[in-house]
Design a protein. Sequence first.
Length: 387
Amino acid sequence: MMNQMYLHRKIAVLMVLLGWLLLVGCSGPADQAPPAPQRPKVAGQVYLPSDSPKKAYIKTARLSLSEHPLLEPLVGKISYNESLTSRISSSVAGRVIGTPVALGTTVQAGSVLLELNSPDVADAEADFAKAQADLMLATHAFNRQQELYAGKAVSRKELEQSQDELSRASSEARRAQERLKNLHINEQQTDGHFALRSPVPGIVVEKNVNPGTEVRPDLEKPLFVISDIKKLTVLMEVFEVNLSKIKLGQKLSVSVPAYPGERFPATVQYIGQVLDEDTRSIQVRCDLPNPDGRLLPGMYTNIEVGSGPDDLAVVIPLTAVFTEGDTDYVFIALDAEHYQQRAIKMGLRLKDKAVISQGLQPDELLVTEGALMLSAEEELETDSANP
């Protein structure tokens, strides 16, 4: 009996103690702030408080209209502008005397590039001198024959022979004179020297000759290449299926690895008239201004073909896009803490960006980085709201 009463008391004490512990555990300090009100869970929307560490992974950008690309960027190569370039060889054989003009030198049309001691020039000078002497003798002989014929001291046949010799001497003198003129040699020159001159203004961009070099007209490489590198050409290959998107006078945007992030304007100047049957492509030449001389012949380029300044669209980076099923989505920042998922439709999709045909408007704030994290956060919030 006593044992039963003791057991009942012990159970009662334990029950009271348990109730007290529960009361203490459920009640906090008197000054503890009430919990923050919970935002409603809405499918497709995410709330991130300003102090959330996840905010560091989110980047946004304001949308605007821009000229949208028509094609994937094309690969091109910078070359000299052939209409402003001259590859210069010597028209005579000889040995270089003195020092040829140096690489990088700016020259004008008619500037001397080098001088040769040339047997060919010496022969041309000698031929001219001989032709002039023969012409003088033939002229004197004809004049004397005319005087004798007038005095009936010679026959008409002898006069005509003298006239014929004068005509031949005159033709030979003109031939020798034209040869000197073609070589740009003064008729009074007799030293056998030849000055190689530039036919165009520009900069010496290539040089294949040194002091004392023996040169000939049939050398494989030109002695000099003169070009105006302030105006270059971009060569690109356009596939047959894309040819309709290239027009004469069309403005292009060129980039090179040497200057990342920079764009250089170019203009379509010539569209080839022959299709390469192996590659099914057409060569296109574009004028490329180079006022500061930073672009160099031989550089490879990426060329963007735009639609024109009057044909604008929303273009976004592909880092902003994620896909669920058959639908593409982005997130729009409604305010500093509120993000909304948005379905979009893309037109032309390029390597790192896409043209948006439906779903976005200018001036909206697009999440460019962190969209996948927001998508995962949205799924967690939706699952917690629908246990």
